[in-house]
Design a protein around this ligand. Structure first.
Ligand SMILES: [Zn+2]
Length: 323
């Protein structure tokens, strides 16, 4: 289907009419060139750029902090959208940032700050341990489960299975299991796969917003309150030290309200000094004041322009269960 200029205008008008002054927040994780995608969920750079082109056609793109400020003044533009990217992998700098610059767009990046020191997060670490396990190793037995490792596909499958197995363990237990996995896999040491502090500063100077996403990406609901609060507060402090400016936005790890975090964690986020916090619950946001600490997001999946627009229009989007 070919869309002509009047169609863009029509859609903008229609969206404005249907959504009033709602804020649409899109969420992404990993972006890599075709053939280099080793993680799911991920878009190829081509798919991501296509979505940026569509977003720019129909929306006024702001950072979350900008949108919040404008909403507070009652001047949020119609068809306002925020592009958010979680976790802080090096894709953000290598593949996402250049495309944002090319299309003159900004985004809000939510950083799991342990990755800055360790060079990677737990999911990456699992994948690397399994995929880079010594070639002679044809099988991995982990937590009483046997995984074949003879082909790349089998290793990829194993890493995804192990990630799912460890995702809902409390932080301390997950870290113990991760150490055990590295010993079993006998892989070479971990490589840098995360943003660096210098990259974060450079991107911030180009208008990108940085928000916190905890230190170690725990499921907050599984942790004791003092651990959850420290995860929230320390990630803010670490980013503020790097940026030398206030960090006002936060993203809940995994992000499903009621399952991964609760009102208790929203209160902690407010007490820590954040103004806005995003979940992974699907939907758009009609009352930014009311929803400021539990904002909904949508994840439009690679699809046709018509379906992409439909998902944005009804605020549902296909939301994959991701962190
Ligand atoms: Zn995350």
């Amino acid at each position: 289907m070919i869309f002509t200029y009047p169609f863009f205008q029509f859609f903008r008008q229609l969206h404005q009419w249907l959504s009033g002054n709602r804020l649409t927040i899109l969420t992404y994780h990993r972006v890599a060139p075709e053939g280099q995608v080793t993680f799911q969920p991920a878009l190829t750079t081509e798919q991501f750029e296509q979505q940026l082109i569509w977003i720019k056609r129909y929306f006024t793109v702001l950072t979350l902090a900008q949108a919040g400020q404008l909403a507070a003044q009652g001047t949020l533009p119609a068809n306002a959208a925020v592009i958010s990217i979680d976790d802080g992998y090096s894709d953000c700098y290598e593949h996402i940032y250049p495309l944002l610059l090319k299309h003159n767009l900004t985004a809000s990046f939510f950083i799991t700050t342990a990755g800055l020191a360790e060079g990677q997060l737990w999911e990456e670490s699992i994948a690397q341990a399994v995929i880079d396990a010594r070639l002679a190793r044809t099988e991995l037995v982990f937590r009483n489960q046997s995984y074949p490792l003879q082909t790349y596909q089998q290793r990829l499958h194993c890493s995804q299975q192990v990630i799912e197995t460890l995702k809902y363990l409390p932080l301390a237990e997950r870290q113990t299991e991760l150490k055990q996995l590295w010993q079993l896999a006998d892989a070479p040491s971990a490589a840098q796969q995360f943003l660096t502090q210098a990259q974060i500063r450079e991107m911030a100077l180009q208008g990108m917003e940085f928000g916190a996403h905890t230190v170690n990406h725990p499921i907050l609901a599984l942790e004791q309150d003092d651990v959850a609060l420290a995860e929230i507060v320390q990630s803010k402090q670490q980013l503020e030290e790097i940026l030398q400016q206030q960090v006002v936005s936060f993203a809940y790890p995994n992000g499903q309200y009621g399952r991964d975090f609760s009102d208790r964690h929203q209160a902690m986020v407010a007490a820590a000094g954040f103004h806005y916090a995003v979940s992974t619950n699907a939907g758009s946001n009609s009352d930014l004041k009311q929803q400021a600490l539990c904002l909904c997001r949508i994840s439009p999946w690679p699809t046709s322009e018509g379906r992409f627009l439909y998902s944005l229009l009804n605020g549902s989007g296909k939301h994959y269960d991701a962190s």
